[in-house]
Design a protein around this ligand. Structure first.
Ligand SMILES: O=C[C@H](O)[C@H](O)[C@H](O)COP(=O)(O)O
Length: 224
């Protein structure tokens, strides 16, 4: 918990009054939303958009002003977690199923900051199963296309005895790829399959990765 929180606290230092802020999803983004909430209570004046129903509910509890997308032109900064991140600042996201909304918000953001504890840092992406969001219609056909492309074990995500549903009422297929050779090509190939809405590869999207370590230190990774 502490290493997630220190990364989140460092990232929230970049949030300034007047900004439109994208709120990420997950147990690391939770700490960023808490830190933003604490600053709102002491006068930080921002507008926010959320990447999941859960993060929106948390933000509202903390009195962070959530605005509809129709009220904003762009997003100044988004702070979000990741399931894996490499030293080129590429990431796998979607362990919590929020990848589609997260990618839409990240793509509309001037700056995406990924926050993570040290366990998320990897040399090569792919040990974490890549989440792919698919529409329920024709799921069997879409999974056959995924199997043909990936040739790896696929899991249609379940929670208890039910299929997991995203906030967009879609399914998640977790793809057990192992080390990904060419993430750019894979990202494109996955999104070409009809029925696939989006996948959890965030390639060349993050401007900065902030990593919290168990010894209490924080490291910032940038591409510059
Ligand atoms: O769908 C969930 C998101 O992509 C999360 O940001 C990601 O799974 C990391 O979550 P956590 O910070 O809980 O490990």
């Amino acid at each position: 918990m502490e290493s997630k929180k220190i990364a989140a606290d460092r990232a929230v230092g970049s949030v300034k009054s007047g900004m439109v802020v994208g709120l990420g999803t997950g147990s690391t983004a939770y700490w960023a939303i808490q830190a933003i909430g604490a600053r709102v209570k002491t006068g930080l004046n921002i507008q926010a958009v959320a990447t999941s129903e859960k993060s929106e509910a948390l933000a509202r509890e903390l009195d962070i002003p959530i605005v509809p997308f129709s009220d904003i032109d762009s997003i100044d900064i988004t702070i979000d977690g990741a399931d894996e991140v490499d030293t080129d600042l590429n990431a796998i996201k979607g362990g919590g199923g929020a990848l589609l909304r997260e990618k839409i918000v990240a793509a509309a953001s001037r700056e995406l900051i990924i926050i993570a504890d040290e366990s998320k840092l990897v040399q090569r992406l792919g040990a974490f199963p890549l989440p792919v969001e698919v529409v329920p219609f024709g799921i069997e056909l879409t999974m056959k296309k995924l199997a043909a492309l990936l040739a790896c074990p696929l899991n249609l995500r379940q929670t208890e005895d039910k299929l997991f549903l995203t906030d967009n009422r879609n399914y998640i297929v977790d793809c057990h790829l192992g080390a990904i050779e060419d993430a750019v090509q894979l990202n494109q190939a996955l999104n070409m399959i009809p029925g696939v809405v989006e996948n959890g590869l965030f390639i060349h999207m993050a401007a900065k990765v902030i990593v919290g370590f168990n010894d209490g230190t924080v490291r910032e990774l940038t591409n510059t």
